[in-house]
Design a protein around this ligand. Structure first.
Ligand code: PLP
Length: 381
């Protein structure tokens, strides 16, 4: 007899727990596993958080967040992302991961179908399954771009929402405007919502970020402060979309979240008034990683944005075997099965600094040679 609910059956975060465990166990590991930018939270953001504490802005805020922050975000969405957006159509959440759950709770009934493009950020399918929705996976192989006919073929009368994430975790793919227009067209035709997670919007090295919400009003746009502003531990993000849905999320927040951290929200206002410029630095890391991966013989797709590579491991090795071999080289990666139903991929993060990335590449070279040789020699008659 167990006290644990059946809901947990849909959860498996073991590949991330495994990476954390390795980080603790290895001496001076080369960590290319985590989705954290190398920067620290900027001084002016920290100062705004400290000031909020000193000025006793430490009580609950309205469930949807402080009006000043919602106003700054609405202005940003309007000017940068070309969304028509009123501050009342913005709600503040304690990070996008919680935000994703709140959106699903607001829109999904058991049996509703959610289209998730594979590979995906793990909470998309896990949280949907947890609340009784049915996840329909659409593969983005071979180049990690949405396959429009495949998406169309997967739409049924129960389809409620398509989840998209560009720039993408874990593939780094950036979806062109023309593709997003086709997805919007499909959604409109079938009266389907779109959830667009744009947390990596400023990490684009090829092409341009395009917000699908600017052409399709039934879009729930999600964004946050974790990546661009190196604020992963502050736990603050935002959602904007149709008033009816935002109101429902606010209703849910009142009895679940109460409010996001007041301190983090004040820091977030400071963040948005002074933006960092880090694209060039990340592009250099991206260029180095991509070029070296190709040199090692990997087939590289995606990588136009975000800070990840999702590569097929050599020979017939499984992703878990490859990740374990990497550990022997003191290198931490995440097995692709955490992000995909496809076999034999691993995710490499280049959120880490250049020096760590270079060390990781040296380790990966040794590892690649080793596993390739082993498999070749074991095949010899
Ligand atoms: N969305 C994507 C695509 C991510 O990769 C991540 C973190 O890795 C998040 C959301 C998490 O955002 P938050 O820190 O706001 O929960």
């Amino acid at each position: 007899m167990t006290f644990i609910s059946n809901r947990l059956e849909y959860f498996d975060s073991s590949d991330f727990r495994d990476a954390v465990k390795k980080r603790q166990e290895l001496t001076d590991p080369i960590d290319l596993s985590i989705g954290i930018p190398e920067e620290l939270t900027a001084e002016h953001i920290k100062a705004a958080g400290i000031k909020a504490i000193q000025e006793d802005k430490t009580v609950y805020t309205p469930a949807n967040g402080i009006p000043e922050l919602r106003k700054v975000i609405a202005d940003k969405l309007c000017h940068e992302n070309k969304l028509t957006c009123d501050p009342e159509q913005v709600t503040i959440v304690p990070g996008l991961t919680t935000g994703q759950l709140l959106v699903y709770l607001a829109i999904l009934d058991p049996g509703d179908e959610v289209i998730v493009l594979d590979p995906y950020y793990p909470p998309y399918p896990h949280l949907a399954s947890m609340i009784g929705a049915h996840v329909v996976y659409v593969s983005t192989l071979p180049n990690f771009q949405p396959d429009i006919p495949a998406i169309e073929a997967s739409i049924t009368i129960r389809t409620k929402v398509i989840v998209i994430n560009s720039p993408n975790n874990p593939t780094g793919a950036v979806y062109p405007e023309v593709t997003l227009r086709k997805i919007a067209q499909l959604a409109k035709q079938h009266n389907i919502l779109i959830i667009s997670d744009e947390i990596y919007e400023h990490f684009v090295y090829e092409g341009q970020h395009f917000s699908i919400g600017s052409i399709y009003p039934n879009t729930i746009t999600m964004n946050g402060f974790s990546k661009e502003f190196a604020m992963t531990g502050w736990r603050v993000g935002y959602i904007s979309g149709p008033t009816e849905i935002i109101d429902a999320i606010n209703e849910l927040q009142q009895y679940s979240v109460m409010s996001s951290s007041s301190i983090a929200q004040h820091a977030a206002i400071a963040a948005l008034t002074h933006r960092p410029h880090m694209t060039e630095k990340y592009k250099q890391k991206r260029d180095l990683l991509k070029q070296q991966l190709e040199h090692m013989g990997y087939d590289v797709h995606g990588m136009q944005g975000a800070f990840y590579a999702f590569i097929k491991v050599p020979a017939d090795l499984s992703d878990v075997d490859f990740v374990n071999c990497a550990t022997d080289h003191n290198l931490i990666l995440v097995a692709g099965r955490a992000f995909s139903r496809l076999n034999g991929f691993v995710r490499i993060s280049y959120g880490a600094d250049l020096e760590t990335l270079k060390k990781g590449l040296d380790a990966l070279k040794g590892l690649t040679k080793e596993v390739t040789n082993t498999t070749t020699s074991s095949r010899r008659p």
